[in-house]
Design a protein around this ligand. Structure first.
Ligand code: DLL
Length: 432
């Protein structure tokens, strides 16, 4: 029997922790921060050196005096230089594919995996997934943290997992129709691929009620499009391998900010240029410190992801800080003829134009000394007037980005689709 999204409401996996008064939470955070700093000093030579000039933190604010850790530090110490546990203590490793050069490798002890499972279980229960429901897990299994991360969390929450992994869309559709899962997790771009294919097969309804989507940026407009097409509530889940994987933060079914698992990860938002801490509500680079990790603790990890945070309690009573969705990456920003352009801004503007589908691609080229931005987008359905649509998109982009762009409207289905993993929407051809 297919039931509706109206039955979805937020739940809890560890209510004592999720609803803990902030004062108590901050006491725990400080103790854990002290333990983490000690562990790093004693076990990671790079950190022994970097922390030699800094005292132990006696209050949470002391963190602001400590050095940042960057992705380049992971690359420089490849493979295991930042591990704070010995090889025999590790239960598992994961790695990022690494777009350039070597991958970055992270490790987990058995305790780390248990913490991770609890974090993801909180995400799933918070999103409204109930024990006894089934989760179609279309995140990739393997070195990528998505598949196994969501898998472990679901098992800890008593949610049944269908471990499909990414790719083979036709089989995914068959499994969804045959096994009737109530929840799905995958990238937002892959959720759109699945929705489009279901639609083209003439399947009008499905068993899904909740989608737990993340691993790549997406906008509010994209969420609405996915929710309508699949008839689900779509929540945003965030995380990164360097910090643990998925489950650093996640929206609840209320979709009112991503709740950070603050007893395990201490967030700061800093100015991308100066590294100074910014007040709550301002957008800057998210910097995360792990508080309980044993194998791969990180102190002030510079995520590069841009967001803001609030420490106001959530309507559901959760007390942990909440972050906005990621509005871009500090290194995602395209500078076109001196104007800063974020792909998320383009998506936002594009989807405000009626008749355009949520699929697009940005191409940046250098012609002579001039940078040009072209936007390839697609018409929604084959009925409309493509030229009029291109004009409408051009006008909308000019007013939102402040620069002229060239727009081509392609036939439905012409642009690349996610086949299960993260979808890259930007082709910057200037360095080729
Ligand atoms: O993408 C972990 C993950 C798996 C998150 C499944 C959510 C779901 P990495 O491959 O290390 O880990 O990539 C981390 O992806 O720094 C962000 O730039 C981006 N990212 C992750 N989640 C979101 C999100 C996983 N919800 C990098 N919104 C991060 C925007 C996201 N960007």
């Amino acid at each position: 029997m297919i039931r509706g999204v109206s039955e979805v409401s937020t739940g809890f996996h560890q209510p004592d922790i999720e609803l803990m008064p902030r004062e108590q939470l901050e006491t725990i955070q400080l103790q854990r921060l002290q333990t983490t700093v000690r562990r790093l000093r004693e076990n990671v030579p790079l950190m022994t050196e970097r922390l030699s000039e800094v005292g132990d933190p006696s209050q949470l604010d002391d963190l602001a005096e400590m050095p940042f850790l960057y992705k380049s530090d992971l690359r420089d110490t490849y493979p295991f230089g930042l591990f704070a546990a010995g090889r025999r203590e590790l239960a598992r490793i994961h790695a990022s594919s690494g777009t350039s050069g070597k991958p970055t490798v992270v490790g987990y002890t058995t305790d780390d995996i248990a913490v991770w499972n609890d974090c993801v279980a909180r995400c799933l229960r918070g999103a409204g997934v109930e024990p006894g429901w089934w989760l179609h897990n279309a995140y990739g299994y393997g070195l990528f943290t998505g598949g196994l991360g969501l898998h472990g969390g679901a098992e800890s929450a008593g949610i049944g997992v269908i471990p499909v992994s990414g790719g083979n869309t036709e089989r995914q559709l068959t499994l969804i129709q045959d096994f009737q899962p109530e929840a799905i997790c995958c990238t937002p771009s892959y959720a759109l691929t699945l929705a489009d294919r279901l639609h083209s097969l003439g399947v009008e309804s499905n068993s899904l009620r909740v989608g737990i989507l993340g691993a790549e940026p997406w906008t509010e407009e994209m969420r609405q499009s996915i929710e309508q097409r699949l008839n689900i509530i779509a929540v945003n889940i965030y995380g990164l391998s360097e910090v643990i994987g998925p489950g650093v933060s996640c929206e609840t079914a209320d979709r009112d900010g991503l709740v950070i698992m603050e007893d395990h990860f201490l967030p700061e938002v800093v100015d991308p240029e100066t590294g100074e801490r910014l007040p709550d509500g301002e957008i800057g680079v998210l910097v995360l410190t792990s508080l309980t990790k044993q194998a791969f603790p990180v102190l002030r990890y510079w995520t590069g992801d841009l967001c803001s945070i609030t420490r106001e309690p959530a309507p559901c009573g959760r007390t942990h800080a909440r972050m906005s969705g990621i509005v871009g990456r500090a290194d995602d920003m395209l500078v076109i003829r001196g104007v800063n352009v974020y792909p998320s801004q383009v998506e936002h503007t594009l989807l405000s134009v009626e008749g355009v589908s949520p699929h697009f691609q940005l191409v940046v080229r250098r012609e002579g000394t001039l940078d040009t931005l072209s936007i390839r987008c697609e018409q929604e359905g084959s009925a409309g007037d493509a030229t009029a649509l291109a004009d409408a998109v051009t006008v909308a982009m000019q007013s939102s980005l402040g620069i002229g762009v060239s727009v081509t409207v392609e036939a439905p289905g012409a642009l690349p689709r996610s086949e299960g993993g993260k979808l890259s929407r930007v082709a910057d051809e200037r360095n080729l």
